[in-house]
Design a protein around this ligand. Sequence first.
Ligand SMILES: C[S@@+](CC[C@H](N)C(=O)[O-])C[C@H]1O[C@@H](n2cnc3c(N)ncnc32)[C@H](O)[C@@H]1O
Length: 280
Amino acid sequence: MPSPDEIKEAQRATWAKCSPGWDKWDPVINDQLGPVGTAIIESLGIAQDHQHLDIASGTGEPGLTIARLAPKARVVLTDLAPEMLEVAARRADTQGLTNIETQVCSADDLPFDDATFDTVSVRFGYMFFPDVAKATADFVRVLKPGGRVCSSVWIRPEENPWTSIVMQAIATEVELAPTDPDGPSMFRCAAPGYVSALYESAGMHDIVEWDVDIELVTTSPAQYWEMSSEHVSSAVVALEHVDVPTRDRIGATVTASARDYEKDGKVRIPGLARCILGTK
Ligand SMILES: C[S@@+](CC[C@H](N)C(=O)[O-])C[C@H]1O[C@@H](n2cnc3c(N)ncnc32)[C@H](O)[C@@H]1O
C-alpha cells in the first residue's frame, strides 16, 4: 500500500502528463462537464462578496465560471499539479478575470486559515485524494460556519460509457493493475452516501445528493479516441508504454464501439455524475 506522499507524487506526475490533453480539448471537456459545474454553482448560492475556494481545480473549472459570474468575489483555484493550474491561470488571463488566485497544494493540506471561505467546490477531485476523510476535514476547517461545500464524483462505469469504452479496449491489450478500493481511482466514491458520510463525519449538516446527466460529444469516433487517449488520466497512464501497433489495435476497438453512439452526425456518449452538497 503506497503512502499518502507516494500517492500524491503519482497523482502529480499523472496530471502533469494529462495537462496538454486537458488544454487541447478544453472546449469539448467544458461542454461535457458543464452541467455538473452549473449544478455545483447553483447549489452554492455564490454572492459578490464571497470568498470561494475551488479544490482540485485542474485547468480551472468550475472556479473560472464562478469568477466570471461574481466579478467582485475572490476566487482561489487550488490543485496538486502546477501544470494543470498553469493552464487555468492562462485561461483566467485570456478571459480578463482579475479576481482569481492560484495556489499549488493538496486538498488535505490547505494553506489557508480556519473559517476563510464562504463556499468550496470540488468537481471530480475527491476520488484522487490519498485520504478522503482528512481532505474533507481540511476543507471544512477553512470554511466559515454556515458555509457550503459542493463536490461531484462519478457513478459506476456502467453508467459512464464515455470512459469505460476506452478502458475496456485498453484492458484487452494491456495488463492493468487491479483497482485498490481505498486508493485513487475514478469510481472510488461512486457508492450512494459515500461522500455524504464523509461530510457528516466532518461535522456538516443539511447534506443532499443528486445525480446529473452528462454527454461527451465529439465530431467522429476517431476524434473520440484521440481525445480520450489524451486526457482520461487512467488511459494516458495505461497507454504510456504501449507500442504503436498495440495502440492502433486499441484505437480500432474504441472507434468501432463509439460508432454505436453516432447520432445526428456526431458521437454522443452519455455519463452520470453525483453532486453532494453540505453546510458547515
Ligand atoms: C479530473 S481533474 C478535475 C479538474 C477540474 N476540477 C474539472 O472538473 O475540470 C482532477 C484534478 O485533481 C487533482 N488532484 C489529484 N490529487 C489531488 C490532491 N491530493 N489535492 C488536490 N488536487 C488533486 C489533479 O491534479 C487534477 O487536476
